[in-house]
Ligand binder design. Structure first.
Ligand code: HEC
Length: 243
């Protein structure tokens, strides 16, 4: 009797474990293997793409598919920096579903949000299964993206395009970098316009995020739709060393 009592409980537990293990192998696994047919369109991008490595690690340069409403990529593929024999970069992205209406060469952030677009094709009208995108020679570096999408698009009307630049700050293509990085602010001589590695203490950051620092309100200059991403882009560029 003592013998039985001593081993009854361990044997019971062992039997239970054996039942659990065997129940995992009862053939149901086959029901889960659903055959999904390969579908969707394919994007083939080619071009001489320069400056991919000139971004901070907050971003990826990708080919990506979007719909009309959302700025989050539905599908994306990283553009690698390795070039082919003819110095061209080629990217192939398969499986583009029907809800994708635009395919782009763009920069996305860690949330897969579109930050800036370098090239875009309306894919809803493309009839063929393969969408070809030749971007030619293109500079996708971080500073060039800031220049094009922020300064040239929103600032140069007052800062450099005409004969006079507000606050003597020229934000035009070749002038902007030297006018900003390590240059003292005219409004507050104790501060730098851009202090590398420190966005919070850069006058450029302050004037775009609060109207307290200047007589001329700047917070609503950037378009509402992309403002959050563009302000983050400036901050990440400064905090990444302002290259
Ligand atoms: C409608 C005209 C206008 C536009 C557009 C404009 N600014 Fe300004 N900006 C000014 C004026 C005027 C001042 C000087 C304000 C003052 O003295 O208080 C100024 C000052 C500045 C300063 C401070 C410079 C210093 O040395 O202290 C920075 C930085 C700046 N702007 C950046 C920008 C950026 C970036 C944009 C685009 C996103 C922009 N501005 C768009 C008119 C403008």
């Amino acid at each position: 009797m003592l013998y039985i009592r001593k081993y009854t409980i361990p044997i019971f537990i062992l039997t239970l474990i054996a039942m659990v293990i065997s129940s995992c192998d009862d053939g149901r696994i086959y029901e889960k293997t659903v055959h999904i047919p390969r579908e969707g369109r394919t994007l083939k991008l080619t071009g001489k793409i320069n400056g991919i490595d000139k971004w901070t690690s907050d971003y990826s340069i990708v080919v990506a598919g979007f719909d009309d409403e959302n700025k989050y990529a539905i599908i994306s593929k990283i553009v690698s920096t390795s070039v082919g024999e003819d110095n061209n970069i080629q990217v192939i992205m398969a499986g583009i579903s029907d809800d994708v209406t635009k395919v782009e060469l763009c920069a996305i952030d860690r949330l897969r949000r579109r930050v800036v677009t370098f090239c875009s094709i309306n894919s809803s009208t493309a009839e063929a299964d393969t969408i070809r995108m030749d971007v030619g020679t293109i500079d996708v570096s971080m500073y060039h993206a800031i220049q094009t999408n922020i300064f040239t698009a929103n600032c140069i009307g007052c800062h450099g395009e005409s004969t006079e630049a507000a606050a003597q700050l020229h934000l035009t293509e070749r002038a902007s970098y030297n006018a900003l990085v390590n240059q003292p602010s005219i409004i507050d001589g104790n501060m730098l316009r851009v202090k590398p590695n420190n966005a919070q203490e850069s006058f450029l950051h302050l004037i775009l995020n609060s109207n307290d620092y200047s007589h001329h309100p700047h917070v609503d200059i950037l378009p509402a739709k992309t403002k959050t991403e563009l302000l983050e882009l400036i901050d990440n560029w400064i905090d990444g060393g302002a290259q």
